[in-house]
Design a protein around this ligand. Structure first.
Ligand code: AMP
Ligand code: ZN
Length: 462
């Protein structure tokens, strides 16, 4: 049974999707006005873990991640450079997609852009006006939060503090500013960006895009909505208000939010200037798999304090892990140690039980690293056989569908090297140690270290 902590109910709940084998999931994506920083990527890595684990457990995941390509920041950025909004956002979308690949994040099935869904947003706003939830003021359109009595159910904000009739035009604001929020912003000559529509000349606010695009691709009620905790209020609270007012149905069953990536105890963010982009770290020579691992290896609901030291430790872990994977080979007789199969079954169960429990990654990882330790002991005692190689490799590759930290580049050895190792095996069998040692030296020069065990010879790349 899979359980997730649901921000809406504030407890862990059994996860039961609406359709038996399908999970519909929405992720708030980037505002494409700059490079994403690794705080953003903490959220995307957590969502990737969730996505991959649901697939590991046999679900087909249909996932949407929006791209905010029109808002105050993108408009400002484009203006500053004197280029079109499209040209400006296109650049950062491209960088974002490259970063996704670098961190091995699964591409969502749909990556809808706000500017390509103006019609859907206008339709939704029209519905809200018709039903009496939205009103015009000075050419802009606002959502009246007092009309939605359960406003605050996600974030737990105190509605008594609402300033009746007060409105807010900015997309991001604090809890102290619980107010009617903007759905549609009247066109401003100086911005130069607007759409001429049935509801007036203007552009959408931020919140409405996620309601319109999620419901377009996933239906009026879907399974999972994710983001960082900073999205809970006002963004997700507003998404619920707009969507449920329009449809009269529950919007989302499970809300999952990750804690922040911190720097010296403070949220990593653009505005504080305390951020690293992925490229900053790659330029410093860090391995992207270590960055992925660092962001993945702390439970998503625990804050994670970023330091370069912790990244160095993650590099070590990735190195050892891949050396283990690389070293999963043995030349020799078809020997087999049945105990290893038992250990695989135990580790597999612990891995699954961990992740089933609200993505308890610490338990999942400790099962894998504990297993590796054991296999290394079997190796050193010479109790790991030719025929154990495949089952262990298969297990590690199977969990890597979730973790995605195997360095595939290093996977195989060239044919000529494998032949040399075999030739040396033959020489050893014939007790021609002179030849065996000579081949060992040749291989060493090529960066291949051999280790003879009772069950056969194992090689490692250095
Ligand atoms: P934004 O582009 O600011 O809308 O952020 C995109 C995603 O990154 C959202 O899900 C945010 O909640 C998340 N996010 C932003 N900063 C952090 C951080 N320091 N730690 C974790 N997630 C973050
Ligand atoms: Zn959103």
């Amino acid at each position: 049974m899979i359980r997730f902590y649901n921000t809406l109910t504030k407890r862990k709940e059994e996860f039961i999707p609406i359709e038996d084998e399908i999970v519909k999931m929405y992720t708030c994506g980037p505002t494409v006005y700059d490079f994403a920083h690794i705080g953003n990527f903490r959220a995307y890595v957590f969502e990737d873990l969730l996505h991959r684990y649901l697939e590991y457990r046999g679900y087909r995941v249909i996932r949407v991640m929006n791209i905010t390509d029109v808002d105050d920041k993108t408009i400002k950025g484009a203006k500053k450079e004197g280029i079109s909004l499209k040209e400006y956002t296109e650049r950062y979308i491209k960088f974002f997609l490259e970063d996704i690949d670098t961190l091995r994040l699964k591409k969502p099935d749909f990556l809808p852009r706000a500017t390509e869904h103006i019609k859907e947003m206008v339709d939704l706003i029209k519905k809200l006006i018709e039903k009496g939830y939205a009103y015009y003021k000075d050419g802009s359109i606002y959502f009246s939060i007092l009309k939605f009595p359960s406003y605050g159910k996600l974030s737990g904000i105190n509605l008594n503090e609402i300033k009746v009739g007060a409105r807010i035009d900015t997309d991001e604001y604090e809890k102290e500013d619980v107010r009617d929020f903007v759905l549609w912003k009247k066109a401003k000559e100086e911005e130069g960006i607007w759409w001429d529509t049935e509801i007036g000349k203007g552009r959408p606010g931020w919140h409405i895009e996620c309601s319109a695009m999620s419901m377009k691709y996933l239906g009026e009620t879907f399974d999972i909505h994710t983001g960082g905790v900073d999205n809970i209020f006002p963004h997700h609270e507003n998404e619920i208000a707009q969507s449920e007012s329009a449809t009269g149905k529950k919007f989302v069953n499970y809300w999952l939010h990750c804690a922040h990536l911190l720097v010296n105890g403070e949220k990593m963010s653009k505005s504080k200037g305390n951020f690293y982009t992925l490229r900053d770290l790659l330029n410093k020579g860090y391995n992207p798999l270590a960055i992925r691992y660092l962001l993945l290896s702390t439970h998503y609901r625990d804050p994670l304090n970023f330091t370069e030291n912790s990244l160095k430790q993650a590099e070590n872990t990735i190195k050892n892990y891949n050396e283990f994977y690389q070293g999963l080979n043995i030349c020799g007789d078809e020997k087999y140690n049945p105990e290893i199969k038992e250990e695989i079954e135990k580790a597999k169960l612990k891995f699954k039980e961990g992740l089933d429990d609200d993505l308890n990654i610490s338990q999942a990882l400790s099962s894998i690293f504990g297993f590796i330790k054991l296999v290394n002991i079997y190796f050193s005692k010479g109790e790991f056989g030719r025929r154990n190689v495949d089952e262990v490799r298969e297990f590690i590759e199977d969990v890597d569908k979730v973790l995605c930290i195997i360095d595939k580049k290093q996977e195989s050895l060239p044919e000529e090297i494998l032949n040399l190792i075999k030739e040396r095996e033959e020489a050893r069998k014939k007790k021609d140690f002179k030849k065996a040692d000579k081949i060992r030296d040749i291989l060493k020069e090529k960066g291949i270290i051999l280790e003879d065990t009772l069950y056969g010879t194992r090689w490692k790349k250095v």
